[in-house]
Design a binder for this molecule. Structure first.
Ligand code: CA
Length: 234
């Protein structure tokens, strides 16, 4: 297929709690040369999506622990633009609309045929490959939001998932002063009313890897206010 990398198999994360559907989709995709990872719980799906590089996610909406909407919202809020195909219940128009609003690339209504799923998956994969906006560059820093990789001056930064999400947030909102509370809400999906120390500790760790070894500093502290990410500040 033109435009798609052919050397390595495409990696697809399938988040689906119905064993029969999961087995049917997995088998079909594997027969078509994809590498498939299955998560049967929403929280497992989100955690895999954040820590492993995938080319696309097939996401059921109704899932145990964390539903598909929450997973999608969490990924998009942290800047992850991976192509997502949602699986929705029959005739649930509200589900489709909500999924697309949250940033799904397409949806498929259950029950569906495998050939339809494959066609839609290939379409969103092609779109994903064409869209180059998943790479953010700031000075010599490069962040690949789909492959969850960051480099500075060509050197790979070994970041934890949280540190990566933190860096992605800063890079996407360059020049804006972000408060600790705002950062906590965006990166940890919760409101740390009192304990913004968690944010400070994470930022210290991120700086140590991302800024300290390099002459040009990108992350700057505004005492008592928050942080700003900028390449042109002395
Ligand atoms: Ca389900």
């Amino acid at each position: 297929m033109p435009g798609l990398p052919t050397l390595a198999p495409m990696r697809v994360l399938l988040v689906e709690d119905e064993a029969k559907t999961a087995a049917f989709v997995r088998r079909g995709l594997e027969e078509n040369g994809f590498t498939v990872f299955v998560a049967t719980r929403g929280d497992e799906g989100l955690s895999l999506a954040r820590t492993e590089p995938f080319d696309a996610i097939i996401l059921d909406i109704s899932l145990p622990v964390l539903d598909g909407f929450s997973i999608l919202a969490a990924l998009r809020e942290s800047g992850n633009k991976i192509p997502v195909l949602c699986l929705t219940a029959r005739d649930a128009v509200a589900e489709k609309v909500k999924g697309l609003e949250l940033g799904a690339d397409d949806y498929l209504v259950k029950p569906f045929s495998f050939s339809e799923l494959l066609a839609r998956l290939r379409t969103i994969l092609r779109r994903g490959v064409q869209a180059r906006d998943h790479v953010i560059r700031v000075a010599d820093l490069e962040i690949d939001l789909r492959r969850l990789r960051a480099t500075r001056d060509g050197q790979r930064l070994e970041l934890t998932a949280k540190e990566f999400n933190l860096l992605a947030l800063f890079a996407q909102r360059q020049g804006e002063v972000l408060s600790r509370t705002m950062i906590a809400e965006e990166v940890w999906d919760v409101n740390f009313d009192s304990d913004t120390n968690v944010v400070e500790v994470a930022i210290r760790r991120l700086r140590k890897k991302m800024d300290d070894p390099f002459p040009q500093k990108l992350l700057h502290t505004f005492r008592g206010v928050g942080y700003v990410f900028e390449s042109n500040r002395p």
